[in-house]
Design a protein around this ligand. Structure first.
Ligand code: SF4
Length: 398
C-alpha cells in the first residue's frame, strides 16, 4: 500500500488540492495499486512507500514522517525546489528513488501530463472538515473544479521564480486529460499562458467546453494585445480576471496594456503585486514599499484591485510587519476601495477600543518614524484613496 501526504495541507492548511498528488492517485487507481491519502493519525508503518508533496519551500513536513525509514519517503513538488548548483544531487536522489521503487530510470516515462487526476482523493478529508463545522465555501476547489495545465514554462526568467531556469512555454496536457464532465468549472495553473504560441486555439478549446474557467497564476498583462483582450473578455471567465504586476520597471508597459484591457471588459480585474524580495536593510525596505504603493496607484487609477504577494524575504527586516498591514488593507476590496491605508490603520485602532496602541498603529508609526526623509511620498501613498485616484479617462474609447 502506498501513502500520499499533502504537506501544505497538514502544515498551513491550503484551499488548493495538490494536483500532482491527485494525478499520482489517478495513476495508482488506473493500475489497481492500493493507496491511501494520509491526513490524520494513521498507522504509517503499514505503507511500503509514502509520497510527500509540498508547493511552498517554507512548508514544514509533518513530524510523523520522522518515525519512518527515510528510504520509504518519496518527495516532490516546488516546495522541494533546488537551485541549479544542487541539481546534480537532486537528480542522483531521483535516480535512487526510482531504484528503490524498482523502476528503470531509462524507461520511457509514462507521461503524467495525460494522467487523469483522482478527484476523489480529498473527499473523505473535505467531508470530515465540513462535518466539523468548517465553511463548505473553503472547499469549492476540491469539489467543483477540473484542474490542470494546458501549457507549462515561461519566457521571463524572473530571479525569484521556480521557472527561472526555463525560457520557453510548451504544451502540456490536453483538456481531455483532466476535464471531468461532472465538475462544472475549470481552473488552470499555467505559468504564462499568453506567451504560448498556441494561446488562441487553446483558448478556443476552453471556450468550447462551455464551462467557466480561470487562470489562477495570474496572466501576463504585458502580453495582452487587442485580440487577446477581446477573446479573453468574451470568455465565460470564472471570478475576477487576474494578472500580475510584479516589478515597477514594467510600469510604463503595464500602463499601456491596461489601457487596452480596460476597453474590453467591465469585469473586476485584479493584479498580483509581488513584493518583499531580497529585503535586507532599510534601503531595500523603503524602496520596495515605495514601489509597491507606486504600483497600487497605477492600479487604482485604472479601477483595478491589487493583491499583495509577499516573498519570504520580507521577514528579514525588523519592520516587516508593515507588509502584513499593507496586505490586510490592499487584499480586501472592502477596505482598499473604501479607505486609504492610513484610514484603515486608524480603523484598526478604533476597533481595539483601548488607549493602548494596537499592532497596526504601532507598525505604521514605527515605519514613518524610521524614514522621516521619505515623509512626503509616504504621506501621499498612505492617504491615497481609490475613489479620488480612479481615472476612467485613461481607458475611454475616444
Ligand atoms: S513571469 Fe511569472 S511565471 Fe514567469 S518567470 Fe516571472 S514570476 Fe515566474
Amino acid at each position: 500500500m502506498f501513502g500520499i501526504v499533502d504537506a501544505d495541507l497538514l502544515d498551513n492548511g491550503t484551499r488548493h488540492p495538490n494536483l500532482v498528488l491527485m494525478k499520482l492517485a489517478g495513476y495508482f487507481r488506473d493500475r489497481n495499486i492500493p493507496y491511501k491519502f494520509i491526513y490524520n493519525n494513521d498507522d504509517i508503518s503499514k505503507y511500503s512507500f509514502i509520497y510527500v508533496s509540498k508547493v511552498f519551500t517554507f512548508t514544514k513536513v509533518p513530524s510523523f514522517l520522522d518515525k519512518i525509514d527515510p528510504s520509504k519517503i518519496i518527495k516532490g513538488g516546488t516546495g522541494y525546489y533546488v537551485e541549479e548548483d544542487d541539481l546534480e544531487l537532486f537528480n542522483q536522489q531521483r535516480e535512487d528513488d526510482m531504484a528503490r521503487l524498482e523502476l528503470d530510470p531509462n524507461l520511457p516515462d509514462f507521461n503524467m501530463a495525460s494522467q487523469m487526476p483522482d478527484y476523489t482523493l480529498y473527499d473523505e478529508y473535505v467531508a470530515g472538515e465540513i462535518r466539523h463545522g468548517k465553511n463548505p465555501q473553503n472547499y469549492k476547489d476540491y469539489q467543483f473544479f477540473s484542474i490542470g495545465f494546458l501549457t507549462r514554462g515561461c519566457i521571463r526568467k524572473c530571479p525569484f521564480c521556480v521557472n527561472k531556469n526555463i525560457d520557453y512555454v510548451y504544451n502540456y496536457s490536453n483538456l481531455l486529460d483532466f476535464v471531468d464532465n461532472s465538475r462544472p468549472m475549470i481552473y488552470l495553473w499555467d505559468d504564462n499562458f499568453l506567451a504560448s504560441k498556441d494561446w488562441k486555439p487553446l483558448l478556443l478549446e476552453l471556450q468550447a467546453t462551455n464551462k467557466p474557467f480561470q487562470f489562477r497564476q495570474g496572466l501576463d498583462i504585458r502580453l495582452v494585445n487587442e485580440e487577446k483582450a477581446e477573446m479573453l473578455a468574451k470568455s465565460k471567465y470564472h471570478g475576477d480576471f487576474i494578472f500580475a504586476f510584479d516589478q515597477i520597471k514594467d510600469k510604463e508597459l503595464i500602463d499601456k496594456k491596461l489601457k487596452i484591457w480596460k476597453r474590453y471588459t467591465k469585469k473586476t480585474t485584479k493584479l498580483y503585486l509581488f513584493c518583499g524580495y531580497e529585503i535586507s536593510d532599510d534601503h531595500s525596505l523603503i524602496n520596495d514599499i515605495l514601489h509597491l504603493f507606486e504600483r497600487i496607484e497605477v492600479l487604482m487609477s485604472f479601477g483595478c484591485l491589487g493583491y499583495v504577494m509577499r516573498h519570504e524575504d520580507y521577514r528579514n527586516h525588523p519592520l516587516n510587519n508593515i507588509y502584513v498591514q499593507i496586505a490586510r488593507w490592499c487584499n480586501q476590496p472592502q477596505f482598499y476601495k473604501k479607505m486609504s491605508f492610513k484610514e484603515f490603520i486608524d480603523r484598526n485602532q478604533f476597533w481595539v477600543k483601548t488607549d493602548n496602541k494596537c499592532m497596526s498603529l504601532k507598525t505604521y508609526e514605527d515605519f514613518l518614524s524610521n524614514f522621516p526623509e521619505y515623509a512626503p511620498q509616504l504621506n501621499h501613498y498612505f492617504n491615497m484613496k481609490y475613489d479620488s485616484t480612479i481615472n476612467p479617462a485613461l481607458w475611454a474609447t475616444d
